[in-house]
Design a protein around this ligand. Structure first.
Ligand SMILES: Nc1ncnc2c1ncn2[C@@H]1O[C@H](COP(=O)(O)OP(=O)(O)O)[C@@H](O)[C@H]1O
Ligand SMILES: [Mg+2]
Length: 818
């Protein structure tokens, strides 16, 4: 366990002797194309594993790593650090790397001598690589961040305390670890951080460190680190005993002197030290020019004085400097806004999005109100709808339409209030929360801030409720004095334009929902999707794959086939993905010289995208009696679901399986009672089994009533339900069909699934006007007043005859099981 020597090892240039471009070479080249949102710039590390919460110096030399670091520093993007499997290898392919690493920030970038570049990097969170992407002068990968909730349980707590004690013991035994470290460990309160920090300190092989990095579960990770630390402490004790005897002459002071000398060397290498005075001058100028309110400026000046007194080199001074940099770099000044031009805004909205007429009008109204009363307290717009319908991109469009800077804060999985409001400065590795970070990225406090997926906000737990922090952000009464824990001073958010998005309204905490004006985006019809593909998606995917418009001809029939056979969604996200796959295959052909122009028609899709994904499911599933196609409202628009009924010998029980809420169970019971009544069979020797597959939400329970009844009726009559009919409706015990919600989503889902006839409660007839005309024209609607209407349409024939004629067959069918 040799802390400083490990650091020095990392410092020794990993590519000594190899040439690297000058630091600004990247800028001279062609502009770098933007990275996808979920992608990270990757810097491979030869012989170091970076842990979250750890700051560490590294030296890079490979031209691609240098380009990566420069791009990261320029765009202030996070970087993913991955350990390479063989430290000797220079030219890397994805397989040469471990696919789990740590995302973090390049905190400092220093150009060294002889082509080596020194970085100080700060690890933030674990991630897993999904795939590597091509097209950049450095490695880029799509990743998913591994969010590790800071859970507590007695088991974890016990291990945590034990690890802390052992770590402090180890630190005291160590000949060359700074004594302050024990104090730092003592104050740590997060088990994950402690485990990572100790793993970082232990002189383990990189492979062992990697293994700990890949142990996501906190309990297992604590165990593993405890085990390794235990071994180490034993060895240390022994060697200390021996050392005490044989090396008594080793003077404590001398040791400290050597350590300090080493530290100075490191700082010199990093280009730190010596420049402190100039740096403080610079910082002072930045603070003076930042346009801070008076009290904040006073506070900053005071902290700057403290920094000056502190002198260089200590951990605290670097923390304080980072803090002051944050303060000075925030956009305190409110830039003058040019007034909103409504006709220009309309034009931008039309340029960016096809259709969505009602929604655009609503946005323009909103902007008009803002124009008339710029400082008024307008509500927060919230776009609600399934994935891929354009919620996020509408937000971007609004920013463009109003000439504001755009930033997005992804709220999905935010469990901790501190993620929004920041950690106190005393906390190691503390940073401002996501709101302040976004404001800094936006370089504006009058821009558009998109609070994306606000419905995925985690419930408040151990560390406070994130929704209460958001509430404060959105509250016009409070947000002019928003206080981030890290900043510790007020920041005025009142001129920010907030927009929220959500898949589902239900899961947005009530008080938040009350602040917002909801705009629903239900999803697109096939025609709309075709237009969106033609006007936007195809172009974008051509461009993304470096193709010219004339090089690939994608026919409308092909796009329709992708919509119908390869995607089943309310939005256009998968559609865009599949079009991307088509373009990639075309690009391969053109690049390989097999063709100059690629023509893609519906018939070619099989070879490119594989077998159709949603083929003839309807006909297959409903071929036997006992299956009815229901329509359900789901968080992602609507969907069809197959409700299945079967019977087995028994004692008249109703067995229900699948995704059923209480309401749905009641309605299954009602359906059974009705079915018994119509069939005239008391079913005393039969158990009926109704299965409702996953996908329907419990809230939507009663609307499956008609479908459950039909499934049972079809089973008892021994006749299948028509495969091209889908239905929704609640039933009463007297056989009346009662109205339901979500007509538009359900109808669109039916159309997507290839249904021809939709049966709806008569009392929902008025809701049909919400359904786009193009969709209405393609479907036949049958309005139900009673369940008998449903039987007539979907099974055929008069209910009374149906059952009496088939009674015989029915009992025979039952015999199969005896
Ligand atoms: N009406 C539309 N016109 C043009 N493009 C659209 C439209 N609706 C969605 N898109 C595109 O589809 C993609 C997915 O949209 P996105 O905003 O990410 O969806 P959401 O945030 O609702 O999940 C984006 O590239 C977006 O530009
Ligand atoms: Mg989105």
């Amino acid at each position: 366990m040799n802390f400083w020597s490990t650091m020095q090892e990392m410092l020794s240039p990993d590519d000594a002797g190899k040439s690297a471009p000058a630091p600004d070479a990247g800028r001279a080249g062609p502009a770098i194309k933007p990275l996808p949102e979920d992608a990270l710039i990757i810097i491979p590390l030869r012989n170091a594993v970076l842990f979250p919460g750890i700051m560490s110096p590294v030296t890079i030399g490979r031209p691609s790593s240098v380009a990566a670091a420069q791009e990261a520093a320029r765009s202030e993007r996070r970087v993913g650090f991955l350990l390479q499997r063989d430290p000797q290898k220079n030219d890397l392919t994805p397989d040469d790397l471990h696919w789990v690493g740590t995302a973090g920030q390049v905190v400092r970038y220093i150009t060294g001598t002889e082509g080596a570049h020194h970085l100080v990097i700060q690890g933030q969170s674990r991630f897993r690589v999904l795939e590597f992407l091509n097209g950049w002068p450095f490695m880029v990968a799509r990743v998913s961040l591994v969010e590790i909730a800071e859970e507590t349980s007695p088991e974890i707590e016990a291990r945590f305390i034990q690890l802390k004690e052992r770590a402090i013991e180890a630190i005291q035994l160590l000949p060359n670890v700074p004594a302050e470290l024990a104090g730092v460990v003592q104050t740590l309160s997060a088990p994950t951080l402690l485990a990572d920090m100790v793993a970082n300190l232990l002189d383990l092989k990189n492979e062992e460190k990697q293994e700990i990095l890949e142990t996501f579960a906190i309990k297992q990770r604590l165990d593993r680190v405890l085990g390794l630390l235990g071994e180490r402490v034993e060895v240390l004790r022994l060697s200390k005993e021996i050392g005490d005897k044989t090396r008594k002459e080793f003077d404590e002071r001398q040791r400290e002197h050597v350590l300090r000398e080493q530290m100075r060397q490191i700082q010199k290498e990093l280009g730190e030290g010596g420049e402190t005075a100039a740096e403080i001058e610079e910082l002072k100028a930045a603070i003076d020019e930042a346009g801070m309110p008076e009290d904040v400026h006073k506070h900053a000046a005071k902290e700057l004085k403290r920094l000056q007194r502190m002198g260089e080199g200590s951990a605290e001074s670097s923390m304080l400097r980072t803090y002051l940099e944050w303060l000075s770099e925030l956009p305190w000044k409110a830039e003058p806004r040019k007034p909103i031009d409504l006709s220009e805004a309309r034009q931008v909205l039309d340029e960016d999005h096809y259709s969505l007429e009602k929604i655009k009008r609503r946005i323009l109204e909103y902007l008009a109100v803002r124009k008339l009363n710029p400082d008024g307290k307008s509500p927060i717009l919230c776009f609600v709808g399934p994935p891929g319908v354009g919620k996020t991109s509408l937000g971007q469009s609004i920013a463009r339409a109003t000439g504001r800077k755009f930033q997005r804060v992804a709220l999905g999985g935010t469990h901790d209030e501190a993620e929004i409001r920041g950690h106190r400065r005393t906390y190691i590795g503390a940073l401002p929360g996501t709101i302040i970070q976004a404001i800094k990225r936006a370089e504006s406090r009058t821009g558009v801030l998109l609070l994306d997926e606000i419905d995925k906000l985690g419930a408040g737990g151990f560390h406070g409720d994130p929704s209460s922090a958001l509430l404060e952000v959105l509250d016009p009464e409070q947000n002019s004095k928003f206080r981030d824990n890290y900043l510790g001073v007020d920041f005025d958010l009142s001129k920010m334009l907030f927009i929220a998005t959500a898949n589902l309204l239900d899961t947005i905490p009530g008080p938040l929902r009350d602040r917002m004006e909801v705009i629903q985006l239900p999803g697109y019809t096939e025609e709309e999707k075709l237009e969106i593909a033609r006007r936007y998606l195809v172009k974008r995917q051509l461009e993304a794959n470096g193709l010219k418009e004339e090089q690939v001809i994608l026919t409308d029939a092909a796009v329709r086939a992708i919509i119908g056979d390869y995607t089943r969604e309310a939005g256009v996200r998968n559609l865009e993905r599949e079009i991307g796959a088509v373009m990639r295959s075309a690009a391969m052909k053109i690049a390989g010289g097999q063709a100059a122009i690629v023509n893609v028609d519906a018939a070619d899709l099989h070879a490119i995208l594989g077998p159709r994904k949603f083929e003839d499911e309807l006909a297959l599933r409903t071929a036997l009696p006992g299956v009815a196609t229901g329509l359900a409202w789901t968080p992602v628009g609507g969907d069809i679901l197959f409700i299945e009924a079967t019977k087995v010998p028994g004692s008249g029980k109703l067995i229900l399986t699948g995704q059923l809420g209480d309401v749905m169970k009641e309605s299954a019971q009602a359906a059974l009672t009705l079915a018994k009544m119509y069939s005239g069979d008391s079913l005393e020797k039969t158990d009926l089994h109704v299965h409702v597959p996953a996908g329907a939400t419990p809230k939507d329970g009663p609307s499956a009533g008609v479908a459950m009844f039909l499934a049972l009726a079809s089973l008892l009559a021994g006749k299948p339900v028509r495969s091209d009919v889908a239905m929704t409706g609640e039933i009463s015990l007297r056989g009346l069909v009662l109205p339901i919600g979500g007509v538009k989503e359900k109808v669109l889902a039916a159309l997507r699934a290839g249904i021809k006839t939709v049966m709806l409660p008569r009392r929902n007839q008025k809701d049909l006007e919400d359904v786009p005309a193009a969709a209405r024209e393609k479907l036949e609607f049958v309005w139900l007043e009673t369940v008998e209407d449903a039987v007539r349409c979907a099974i055929g024939g008069e209910p009374a005859q149906l059952f009496s004629r088939d009674k015989q067959e029915d009992t025979q069918a039952g015999r199969v099981f005896q």
